[in-house]
Design a protein around this ligand. Structure first.
Ligand SMILES: NC(=O)c1ccc[n+]([C@@H]2O[C@H](COP(=O)([O-])OP(=O)(O)OC[C@H]3O[C@@H](n4cnc5c(N)ncnc54)[C@H](OP(=O)(O)O)[C@@H]3O)[C@@H](O)[C@H]2O)c1
Length: 265
């Protein structure tokens, strides 16, 4: 056993997003964290920037007391086993890797499967978690605290994970396309690209904040800003003519189905 309490296997983008927030909210100190990562330059960067311990030895990380987070690419999983986990809790953020498969690799281990998304980098992630039945309530609460540090967290049944992937997992790409298209529209109407992008980003961010903070249904907000014979309803009509609602629904469903397919491979 070591003095480390949080171990992370794979020191990539998501790992950095998660542990940097855990440090900044004070849930773990850098001295409690150890990260395994094969790339020397990446280890040097993480060590220098966050003062965490780094290693190439995955087994050393698996010795930590409290929790190990698997943050490698799913296709690397076969390369890191066998691995003897000594920690109370294993958290996997690997897309498409089921609790059943993880339990086969780590029998008897309490496991949380989590699906975060890219806004984790700025502490605005949406993470869905599900867990094995042998998990204790304190372990589940710890997983919730960890993912609360990078944004919001919901507990779901694992059977819903592909739907989560379709919405919050893939969603940042859809919203980015929407923002780009909003800006394109304003550029077509004569605004500069930089101002158009600023307006588009802030409009999406502000609208999301308004819906969330005031707990308003989106349809109510849409009605509130659409005055009779006005500009907004003219735009809403154009959106409906373009089938935007159906296109977004189909995008979520396409990602959901692809996630189902990948999970079976
Ligand atoms: N990005 C997202 O939005 C998102 C959302 C939900 C879930 N996820 C999941 O999060 C996981 C990590 O994604 P990511 O975007 O952070 O990927 P990433 O940046 O590629 O991170 C993976 C890291 O693991 C390292 N690694 C490779 N082989 C290893 C080994 N044998 N032992 C230890 N570490 C090893 C890689 O090092 P090298 O660079 O040297 O290969 C890399 O630094 C994936 O499983 C993905 O499915 C990601």
């Amino acid at each position: 056993m070591t003095n480390f309490t949080l171990g992370i296997i794979g020191g990539g983008m998501m790992a950095e997003a998660i542990f940097s927030r855990l440090i900044s909210v004070g849930l773990y100190s850098p001295q409690e964290i150890i990260v395994s990562e094969p790339l020397e330059s990446r280890r040097a960067y993480l060590q220098e920037k966050y003062q965490v311990e780094t290693t190439t030895d995955n087994q050393k990380v698996a010795q930590v007391k409290s929790v190990v987070i698997l943050a490698i690419k799913p296709q690397i999983l076969g390369q890191i086993v066998p691995l003897k986990i000594k920690s109370d809790l294993l958290i996997s953020i690997l897309a498409g890797v089921s609790l059943e498969k993880l339990t086969t690799l780590f029998p008897g281990q309490a496991i949380v499967r989590a699906m975060p998304n890219t806004p984790a980098i700025v502490g605005a992630a949406m993470t869905a978690i599900s867990s094995t039945i042998n998990i204790e309530s304190e372990q589940l609460k710890l997983a919730q605290r960890i993912f609360s540090a990078i944004g919001q967290v919901v507990e779901i049944s694992e059977s819903s994970i592909d739907a989560v992937t379709g919405l919050s997992g893939s969603g940042p790409a859809y919203v980015a396309i929407m923002i780009e298209a909003l800006a394109d529209g304003a550029v077509a109407a004569g605004l500069s690209r930089s101002i158009a992008l600023q307006l588009a980003i802030q409009t999406v961010l502000g609208t999301a904040q308004l819906l969330q903070t005031k707990d308003i249904h989106p349809a109510i907000l849409k009605d509130q800003v659409s005055s009779p014979g006005g500009t907004t309803i003219a735009g809403v009509r154009a959106l409906e003519q373009g089938g935007v609602r159906s296109a977004v629904i189909e995008a979520v469903l396409a990602s959901y189905r692809r996630s189902q397919e990948l999970g079976k491979q």
